[in-house]
Write a protein that binds this ligand. Structure first.
Ligand SMILES: Cc1cc2nc3c(=O)[nH]c(=O)nc-3n(C[C@H](O)[C@H](O)[C@H](O)COP(=O)(O)OP(=O)(O)OC[C@H]3O[C@@H](n4cnc5c(N)ncnc54)[C@H](O)[C@@H]3O)c2cc1C
Length: 417
């Protein structure tokens, strides 16, 4: 089939690769001048399938309320909120019910584990090098933080994830550069989890996709879709629409406006986050892999010769306006755990990204309800961890094959009102 993939973020490039592997003629249409220039650009890079759980969870509304007014809050509301964002919050609130949460969690985790298997298979088969390192350490500042993670540890046990609850001395053996002057209660060590550079992986997979025939068209803005006879795609500054047998919408947050042209309403909002990336000053003072400060929900990742600090969840606001306080929190957390690890006086990259978030958790994978239009979107805070599995599932669906995991929980129908 002649298939268009709209968007060259991590979801679009992995989808294009899998479709081309199945023998389709694939064209990727991307408005930016390169792949992974938007949300897939500078995320934390963590692949920890046991931690891929819905944000819509019992007890979350109270937790979020508790965060809103604290100085280094992990969750922020940027007021005023739009009608769309308010409607999304209401749907999120309803999805926090225990039964809904458990169902969504089960779907998400199956996809996350499958995705890691696919990521490893691609890494080995194609010999990809994307600043990957193994191991993930969740740092618990206090006994209260330790109590707070207990329900999450139960989830890990149920998913048979390997982990150990360890004391500070053991944690310092795993991450010897942890600041000796920052006391903490303990940590959770997940040796099978990992961190890697999502953007670098996306660029490598894009090259591999090109090698097997995928055509990438950059600086190409898709303006609309129609699904009357085959699929027609409108492109900015092109007089005639382009024709394809099928299209896969992987346009991250902006999938909403594209699908609106088909009268398909997807409740997707931006949950903004930030990262700071800097060159390592002294390797012995830097993390070996990834750590997460559980209290501030800030990750510190080692990416080759650089260190990246990422976190914050801001509903509302504008991608072009950086909230100074969120950045201050990132610098504070880096300073608390790895002072002196990075050159912070020059060459620092401060980035803001928009997680494409659905109210209930699982992404949408598969049919849109309109002939020829397929969806792979709404991966929220875990798009990198879910990308390789999502791409394979959608390629199987398009090819009429049964995906390796049950795909029923990812249907768009669950979000129709
Ligand atoms: C601070 C932060 C930390 C994160 N940490 C992690 C993490 O540790 N692990 C993890 O798994 N995930 C993490 N994420 C989430 C992850 O980055 C996202 O889920 C993922 O990047 C989404 O990928 P995407 O391809 O759907 O979207 P994008 O990367 O945004 O790609 C969409 C593409 O579509 C293109 N596009 C949109 N509209 C059009 C149009 N009309 N025409 C043509 N092209 C179009 C865009 O230009 C863009 O390139 C984090 C996110 C943030 C913000």
């Amino acid at each position: 089939m002649k298939i268009a993939v709209i968007g060259a973020g991590i979801i679009g490039v992995t989808t294009a690769y899998e479709l081309a592997k199945d023998g389709h003629e694939v064209t990727v249409l991307e408005r930016r001048s390169a792949a992974a220039e938007e949300t897939s650009f500078a995320n934390a890079g963590i692949v920890a399938p046991g931690y891929v759980t819905p944000w819509a969870a019992p007890g979350m509304p109270a937790k979020v309320m508790g965060h809103l007014f604290s100085r280094h809050a992990a969750v922020k509301l940027s007021l005023p909120l739009s009608k769309r964002e308010l409607a999304w919050i209401w749907r999120w609130y309803r999805a926090c019910r225990l039964e809904t949460y458990l169902t969504n969690r089960s779907h998400l985790q199956k996809l996350a584990f499958y995705s890691r298997t696919r990521l490893h298979a691609l890494t080995t088969d194609l010999q990809l090098d994307y600043e990957r390192s193994e191991g993930y350490l969740v740092l618990l500042r206090s006994e209260k933080d330790s109590q707070g993670v207990q329900p999450g540890l139960q989830v890990l046990r149920e998913a048979e994830v390997q982990f150990k609850e360890i004391n500070p001395e053991q944690a310092r053996k795993i991450e010897p550069a942890l600041n000796p002057d920052t006391p903490f209660f303990g940590a959770i060590h997940l040796p099978e989890d990992e961190v890697g550079n999502c953007r670098q992986f996306a660029l490598l997979i894009k090259n591999e996709a090109q090698n097997i025939g995928v055509k990438f068209e950059f600086n190409t803005v898709v303006t609309g879709l129609s699904a009357t006879e085959g699929v027609s795609i409108g492109i900015l500054n092109e007089r005639n629409a382009r024709s394809f047998d099928a299209a896969v919408v992987c346009a991250g947050l902006d999938s909403t406006s594209l699908l609106h042209t088909l009268r398909l309403n997807i409740p997707l909002v931006a949950v903004h986050g930030y990262s700071v990336t800097a060159n390592i000053r002294e390797a012995l003072d830097a993390p070996r892999s990834a750590v997460m400060d559980e209290r501030y929900k800030v990750a510190i990742s080692r990416l080759g010769q650089r260190v990246r600090v990422a976190g914050s969840a801001e509903i509302g606001g504008n991608i072009n306006h950086k909230n100074k306080r969120a950045l201050v929190t990132l610098y504070k957390v880096l300073q608390d755990w790895f002072p002196g690890a990075a050159h912070l006086s020059n060459g620092v990259q401060e980035w803001k990204g928009a997680r494409p978030m659905l109210p209930d958790g699982p992404p949408i994978l598969g049919k849109s309800g309109l002939k020829g239009i397929w969806l792979n979107l709404g991966h929220g805070s875990s798009g990198w961890a879910l990308s390789c599995g999502s791409a394979r599932v959608v390629a199987d669906q398009i090819g009429g094959k049964s995906p390796a995991i049950d795909d029923a929980g990812f249907s768009v129908d669950r979000l129709r009102t």
